[in-house]
Design a protein around this ligand. Structure first.
Ligand code: ADP
Ligand code: MG
Length: 619
């Protein structure tokens, strides 16, 4: 048999390598920005068109290349950054594989203009799919400009695989943030479709973080500084109360290189343990400096993973220095960890009860009537509140801000009502209205049905009800909104704004009214009925997080996601006690739904048990 093994032609090898290096426009952005940094630039400009699908251009003022180097830079394994395998272990540059330019040139139209400082003229090279189309001398400033057009023009499958512009742009912005955060000493700017998205002047680290994530970030930052023999840490963590629903503000840099590390992330989370709610993620922007010899960044082709020699020590140091910082800034002790309304309220009520000396407000107080006034109901409390400056008033502060939603939590101390509890034990009291529902552990609603009984998960059931309601509003495009007394102003990062912009119209169909929607601020003057003002920012954050976690594909529907996310945020929670009327209403509304049996996320909403089932158990 004849020999069958052949060497792959270079352009084929390059295309294959490109598959590894270039997954999407954002990968090109990363490679080009890193090359510009390695070239010692002090100003770097990123220009994007159509989320990078049409154009990605990086212009730097770095050292540039000679004509020969310019030509060589597109060869595979052409790099100026390592000379021997040894160099790999003390790497101070970003690149080293010498693959990026060759790979990119294999799958796009590339134009390079570059000039060394001392040269009069620079070099222009045009390449399409690994083929050099043109090489010339050109007038160009010192440094390098590299434009990448029509990415994946010769690999239609990859091109089709690209996500929507919003998604691709978000990936690009993420890369841009990572690089810009790692290098505050470099001026960065970014333009998308002709308008400026970011302008980040050379600054210190704190300013860089603030310039990227918005002015309000400043007050959130707690500095973390630590220097030990093996590790130097510097940077910031966010105060726990600003923890986000998304992981969008979590950054580790090791020797100025963005990395992902579940292990180190765990160290931070454990330092924040008890300080942030479950499902919230503390922000951090931390730079770790270690001996380059003690890490191996070569284990992952896109180089965001890293291997440390002594992970355990790093973990311990990181955790303790973050804890220390939180403690030093007096954050740990003052925090009220358990923020759940349903848990808070009874406690504050109890406090208030214990120390409420009615003497101080009731001018006609008679100590012998104390018993009587103790028995008073909420009506009295209201009058107390009007009394000026009584010391104990501060105890109400927490209560007032809880709004009406918590009213039901007072049920156990309200005198006039509490039917669901008494009725459990004294059926005879409520003979005239036959009670058909009971609440179990503030979680399940039990209802009698003809064949036996039905057990409903209150949270899921309510999600289903709200979800169908929102969907209806969204499709009919007419929702009722309630006007806010004062406009509500909320700040978001530019990434978050991109997401919100995309959903603006749908949000309006649910009942949101925006009076302004620009830069990093939105102003809200109306919200959907039933949405408490205090929940608005949580709802929007949850929504952004849901959208970001969803991998949007062809059947991705923003409308559906919005309805799901809002119903999740607004549904009554497990732990919330409901009055009989509320319970009945929940049951009835659920069965008025089109699909009562599952929640919007396809979880069972109720189960039934027949009398037969019981009979069997009693056999
Ligand atoms: P690597 O960065 O891994 O060395 P690349 O393919 O990204 O490989 O780049 C190849 C070489 O081209 C680099 O080693 C560098 O010498 C040169 N180069 C690339 N981009 C620039 C730039 N913006 N300025 C100066 N030189 C550059
Ligand atoms: Mg490179």
């Amino acid at each position: 048999m004849a020999d069958i093994i052949q060497l792959l032609p270079d352009h084929v090898a390059n295309q294959i390598a490109a598959g590894e290096v270039v997954q999407r426009p954002a990968s090109v952005v990363k490679e080009l920005l890193e090359n510009a940094i390695d070239a010692g630039s002090s100003t770097i400009k990123l220009i994007i068109k159509d989320a990078g699908k049409t154009l990605i251009q990086v212009i730097d003022d770095g050292k540039g290349m000679s004509a020969t180097d310019a030509r060589l830079s597109f060869e595979r394994h052409a790099t100026s950054k390592i000379r021997s395998a040894e160099d790999l272990f003390s790497l101070n540059t970003k690149g080293f594989r010498g693959e990026a330019l060759a790979s990119i040139a294999a799958i796009a139209h590339v134009e390079l203009k570059t000039k060394l400082e001392q040269d009069e003229l620079g070099t222009l090279i045009e390449i399409e799919g690994s083929t050099i189309k043109n090489q010339d001398m050109v007038v160009t400033p010192k440094g390098t400009s590299l434009s990448v057009k029509n990415l994946f023009f010769n690999i239609p499958a990859r091109r089709n695989f690209l996500k929507s512009n919003n998604v691709e742009l978000r990936h690009i912005i993420d890369e841009f943030h990572r690089v810009a955060l790692a290098h505050p000493d470099i001026t960065f700017s970014m333009y998308h479709n002709g308008s400026e998205s970011f302008n980040l002047p050379e600054s210190n680290y704190r300013q860089r973080v603030v310039n990227i994530f918005g002015g309000k970030t400043n007050e959130k930052l707690v500095p973390v500084e630590e220097e030990t023999e093996v590790l130097k840490i510097s940077g910031f963590v966010g105060k726990p109360e600003f923890a986000k629903r998304t992981k969008s503000e979590q950054f580790f840099f090791v020797n100025n290189r963005f990395i992902k590390s579940a292990y180190l992330n765990h160290a931070i989370n454990s330092a924040f343990e008890g300080l942030v709610k479950e499902g919230s993620h503390p922000s951090y922007f931390l730079n770790l400096t270690v001996d380059p010899k003690s890490i191996d960044i070569n284990i992952h082709p896109t180089k965001t993973e890293i291997k440390f020699d002594d992970e355990h020590t790093l973990y311990a140091i990181l955790r303790s220095s973050v804890k220390h910082s939180l403690g030093q800034f007096n954050i740990a002790p003052v925090l009220d960890f358990e923020r759940d309304n349903n848990l808070d309220t009874p406690y504050s009520y109890r406090d208030k009860n214990a120390t409420t000396p009615k003497v101080e407000v009731d001018r006609s107080f008679n100590p012998f009537q104390e018993e009587k006034s103790q028995v008073s109901s909420r009506g009295l409390t209201q009058t107390y509140r009007k009394e000026p400056a009584a010391q104990w008033e501060s105890l109400y502060v927490g209560l007032e801000s809880k709004g009406t939603k918590t009213d039901s939590d007072f049920s156990e101390v309200e005198f006039e009502s509490d039917p669901e509890k008494t009725s459990l034990f004294s059926d005879d009291v409520t003979t005239e209205t036959v009670q058909t529902t009971y609440q179990l552990h503030n979680k399940y609603i039990i209802s009698t049905i003809k064949s036996g009984m039905m057990i409903l998960d209150q949270h899921r059931a309510h999600q289903r009800i709200l979800y169908e309601g929102f969907l209806k509003h969204l499709t009919v495009k007419e929702a009722v909104s309630q006007q806010l007394l004062f406009p509500l102003t909320l700040e978001f990062s530019s990434t978050e704004m991109t997401v919100l912009q995309q959903l603006k119209e749908d949000l309006e169909h649910t009942g949101f009214v925006f009076s302004s929607f620009k830069d990093s601020t939105i102003e809200i003057t109306g919200v959907p009925v039933n949405v408490p003002e205090s929940e608005v920012s949580i709802i929007l954050e949850q929504l952004i997080s849901d959208i970001e976690q969803e991998v949007p594909d062809s059947n991705f529907s923003a409308t559906d996601l919005l309805a799901k996310s809002m119903s999740k945020s607004l549904a009554i929670k497990t732990g919330q006690s409901l009055t009989t009327i509320e319970q009945e209403h929940l049951v009835n509304s659920l069965f008025a739904c089109k699909e009562p049996s599952v929640s919007p996320t396809n979880r069972v909403t109720f189960i039934t048990m027949s009398v037969d089932d019981f009979d069997k158990k009693f056999m």
